[in-house]
Design a protein around this ligand. Structure first.
Ligand SMILES: Cc1ncc(C[n+]2csc(CCOP(=O)(O)OP(=O)(O)O)c2C)c(N)n1
Ligand SMILES: [Mg+2]
Length: 580
């Protein structure tokens, strides 16, 4: 019976379009594992550590833009999936989590490896169900299949996210014969239930209001954050150009690198740290998706509250931590953009528009000039160097903490289409390597991860995934021996207690860890060696880890001096303009 239920579940996953499953070993989950192993339409990726497995599946699902199944046994195994489930919920990634469980008669009575798994992930899933245990008296096939279709539709619907199927399984859990056949539907069989999700286009009145606002206000900004939901970057770029509103695109918006690159004020993070520049207030902010990572931009938007702050976002989400929104539009961003493109009249470039773009170019040029000749292994130079080296199409995964911020600050917009990804839902430093490996497992293009040393160590167990599956990936570890981000905070002055509680130096050698998992390791000590290491790694199979040594205190000093470089360049421009 358990095997029949598992076969129905797996069959229905495949019929619903699931092509990849990440499976963690266990006895209770054996029926699901065996059924997945037997199904030819689903690739079963075996990962032993559930926490890594969760993030690995997340990385695959994000890369593919489709639902990925995630299977584990009962007990704490299921609890270990929570971090990835929470990230998937917040970053809108489709995961179908299947946790094997004891049947009801064995719960809460001291049965081994049993915890309360019902609604285990709380409000971090789009939907969850505790399936009835397989039972001889009634035929549950239609129910099981319906539940799977429903689960996949919730996971892949709008917004995407994780769902949880708790699957009670009664013994016997394995067939009498190892080769016992599971019967599956023929490839291409439609799902048991087809679900048609209707995505709401914005209503005419909302578009009318936006068109009127656009006509009325010259001082607007288009702010594209993570999950901007734009599939045609050039459409958004032309809208911004037509409105003559500067486009500020976060590196995770999908707009910074590629076709929209020429039309941005991409130096905004440096620009907005200049108090003189900051005094300009926008009348309208058109925000797509989440708030960008740039602290300077967040501070600016919070301080200079625009009279009209419009947020376009997925239904059910509310990405407005500044409480600045005056209008929230729950609709597909692409639809809003194309409706506006049809309607708004082109505006002649205004001083507002020219001012932003020119200032952005000034800071970018000044910083690029200085970076060019920067011999020190400054963390801010990692991304500009990579962006010159990586072939178009590369998936650039960025870790949280400083890497994502450095990409924002120092990664100038360019026409080379690099796809940036990262766990910017819950911003954890956990599971970063696993997520990047998930992308590597499913991407036709090279995957390069830039990650801090503590984040790397947090997920060092993921090296097993790379080894077990022979994955090809390049991992750049920016090793500043601890949490570099904390050195920018006021507690950095506290001395020993700062080092013990925030800096947390470890002194670990990374090479033996990488080599134990069959990866290649290289520690570089100059930029030419870095470029060379990346080039070699991109052409090689397997896992390459390139360590860039850094120093937390020196990094803060350099960071601040680059901000000063940008400010001086702006001041010099102002003086030149005043003189002219
Ligand atoms: C799971 C998790 N635990 C703790 C944190 C808090 N945290 C944010 S950044 C950071 C330090 C990260 O250090 P590292 O990865 O070396 O990056 P760096 O700051 O040096 O760039 C910590 C502990 C977090 N974001 N996620
Ligand atoms: Mg660090």
């Amino acid at each position: 019976l358990a095997l029949r239920a598992a076969a129905a579940i797996v069959d229905e996953l495949a019929r619903s379009g699931v092509r990849h499953a990440c499976v963690c070993p266990g006895a209770r989950s054996a029926p699901l594992a065996l059924a997945l192993a037997a199904h030819e339409g689903i690739h079963d990726w075996v990962v032993t550590d559930e926490r890594s497995a969760g993030f690995f599946a997340l990385g695959m699902a994000r890369q593919l833009g489709e639902a990925v199944a995630l299977v584990c046994t009962s007990g704490t195994a299921a609890a270990n999936l929570l971090p990835a489930v929470a990230e998937a919920f917040l970053s809108e990634v489709s995961l179908v989590v299947l946790t094997a469980d004891r049947p009801p008669e064995l719960r809460d009575c001291g049965a081994p490896q049993t915890i309360d798994q019902i609604h285990l992930y709380g409000s971090h899933v789009r939907w969850s169900v505790d399936l009835p245990g397989p039972c001889a008296d009634i035929d549950l096939d239609a129910h099981t299949r319906t539940m799977v279709c429903r689960a996949v539709s919730h996971a892949a619907g709008v917004p995407r996210g994780p769902v949880h199927l708790n699957v009670p399984l009664r013994e016997p859990l394995v067939p009498a014969e190892p080769a016992a056949l599971f019967r599956f539907s023929r490839a291409g069989t439609p799902p048991f239930v087809r679900v048609a999700d209707v995505i709401q286009a914005p209503d005419a009145r909302t578009i009318d209001d936006l068109v009127a606002l656009a006509a009325e206000h010259e001082r607007g900004l288009v702010v594209a954050g993570p999950r901007a939901g734009i599939s045609r970057p050039e459409a958004l770029a032309s809208l911004a150009t037509r409105l003559a509103w500067p486009l500020l695109a976060d590196p995770l918006s999908g707009l910074r690198f590629g076709t929209a690159a020429g039309d941005q004020a991409d130096g905004y993070d440096l620009l907005l740290r200049d108090p003189d520049f900051r005094s300009a207030r926008p009348d309208v902010v058109l925000q797509l998706g989440a708030l960008p990572v740039s602290r300077a931009l967040q501070t600016y938007l919070a301080a200079e509250r625009a009279a009209h702050h419009i947020v376009i976002t997925s239904p059910g989400t509310w990405p407005d931590p500044l409480h600045a929104a005056s209008l929230v539009i729950h609709a597909a961003a692409d639809a809003v953009v194309s409706a506006l493109l049809d309607r708004v009249a082109p505006r002649a470039p205004s001083p507002w528009y020219a001012g932003w773009r020119h200032a952005s170019r000034v800071v970018r040029a000044a910083v690029a000039d200085r970076l060019e000749s920067e011999a020190a292994l400054f963390e801010g130079k990692v991304f500009p160097t990579l962006l010159e080296t990586l072939p178009a199409g590369t998936v650039l995964h960025v870790g949280n903490s400083m890497p994502v911020r450095d990409l924002d600050t120092f990664g100038a917009a360019s026409a080379r289409a690099v796809c940036v990804a990262g766990n910017r839902g819950a911003n954890g430093i956990d599971g970063v390597l696993s997520s990047a490996l998930g992308a590597a497992a499913t991407s036709a293009h090279p995957v390069v991860l830039v990650v801090g040393d503590l984040s790397f160590l947090h997920d060092v167990g993921a090296l097993q995934i790379a080894a077990r599956h022979g994955l090809r990936a390049v991992v750049v570890v920016v090793n500043n021996d601890g949490g570099g981000v904390f050195s920018f905070l006021p507690q950095a002055r506290y001395g020993a207690v700062f080092e013990r509680h925030f800096g947390t130096p470890h002194g670990f050698a990374l090479a033996p860890m990488v080599e134990a998992a069959g990866g290649r390791f290289r520690r570089i000590d100059n930029w030419a060696a870095f470029r060379d290491a990346i080039r070699v790694a991109l052409g090689a199979p397997g896992l390459d880890v390139v360590e860039v040594p850094s120093n937390r205190r020196e990094n803060v000093r350099l960071h601040r001096s680059y901000v000063a470089t940008a400010r001086h360049a702006l001041a010099a421009r102002r003086r030149r303009e005043a003189a002219a």
